[in-house]
Design a protein around this ligand. Sequence first.
Ligand SMILES: Cc1ncc(COP(=O)(O)O)c(C=O)c1O
Length: 487
Amino acid sequence: MVSAMSESQVAPEHMTREEFRQAGLEFIDLICDYWEDIEELPVNPSVDPGSLLEALPESPPQEPESWDDIQSDVRRLILPAITNWQSPGFFGYFPANASAPAVLGELLSAGLGVQGMLWSTSPACTELEMRMLDWLGEMIGLPDTFMHSSGVGGGVIQGTASEASLVALVAARSRWSGGGELKAYASDQAHSSIAKAIRICGLQEDDLRLIKSDPDDAYAMQSEALEERIKLDVADGVAPFFICATVGTTSTGALDSVRELGRIARQCGAWLHVDAAYAGSALVCPEHRAMIDGIERADSFCFNPHKWLLTNFDLSALWVQDRAHVLNALSITPEYLKNTATERGGVVDFRDWQIPLGRRFRALKLWFVIRQYGVAGLQAYIRRHIELASQFEQWVEEDDRFELVAPRCLSLVCFRLRGDDDRTRELLERLNATGEVFLTHSAVPDSTGTMRYFIRMAIGATKTEDHHVQRAWSLIQRETSAVLDGG
Ligand SMILES: Cc1ncc(COP(=O)(O)O)c(C=O)c1O
């Protein structure tokens, strides 16, 4: 009995410095090999649901296991069952870029083990984030009023664009001082995370008015329809407190007019949030800034460097012009979080700018990425993908078996086989079955209101080059012939 008790009180053994170093080097090697060989791997794993679950023990090990066993299980069990998002043949959804400096930023963040909920719980975590969000804001052409340097606005790292929308929504609700039944407005092409944020806020589904987008205007929200709807709602005593403009919708990359929506928002006192989750990365190139013309009218703006700016998931950047509304909505200070720095004022506590309390040191990876590539390198990266997409778009246009569903948005090309949806569906299945490429689909109504299924070619994986896009086009040609010949 005595010996059992004392055994259980023995402190667990940590890895020695040398064991850790060795294991770390092996993992870095594993990542290098993975990146080098990724082209040879099928983009999607061919595994049956539940197969990993079956291979994993049902209960945790009672005794420590050797690191060699753990590491070999990564190769044996995990790698064969992942979707290879970093494959240059990955053209699905939107990209989720990984890069060497960002991975090193993640590693350092994990190693330092910092939890930066308050300025005082790690001053560097907060201040590096403030400076990085100011840098990034400047890089994408946001007005100075969105910067920390303004003393009023500022940016913050969120996990995802979904969380950013939720933060914007609660800030908008907190700012709304009139009465009335709260209503929010977004395009029928807005991301589903807006509807989810509405639910989380305790509002009802029909408290989000989905305003029709216009197929003849590249699926942008019809701002006249928005204005009309708000007029009717206000006449009914409703409170239009939040409008979301999407810059680069998920299905087709549609661009709502920030200027127009901003005008309407100002007229009715609503908060304007701009969701540029994917397209925002392209703003590092000045030639694409027309997409956010009128941004000075927005209250908040978000984009995801974790999609297309070489910064590993997760890192979504949110800026607001007036931080006071976010703080009013989210700041609660129990006794155990009180501290001298906060009480003296003059510090930013990012816990008040987000849903959770705790937060990782994510600014490190942004710092490394921006410094390692430089603004010029990031611009060249984005421009290269857009050029590839433009070439791809041209091939589609020149082949009269296909039609574009919407004009290309940056590096996203949406196309379908003319005629019945089933052909396009079959084409997509055949393409993905090759294992060489992975593309995804969506559907939008055409100008007659008929829903059209289409394939999205989203170029933007870190390692995608000319020949990968050419290969994808060859496969599309080959599989299209098979679909049309019934073979
Ligand atoms: C326009 C838009 N908004 C929001 C999101 C959600 O992004 P996240 O996964 O960061 O929440 C996406 C995802 O693709 C998107 O395209």
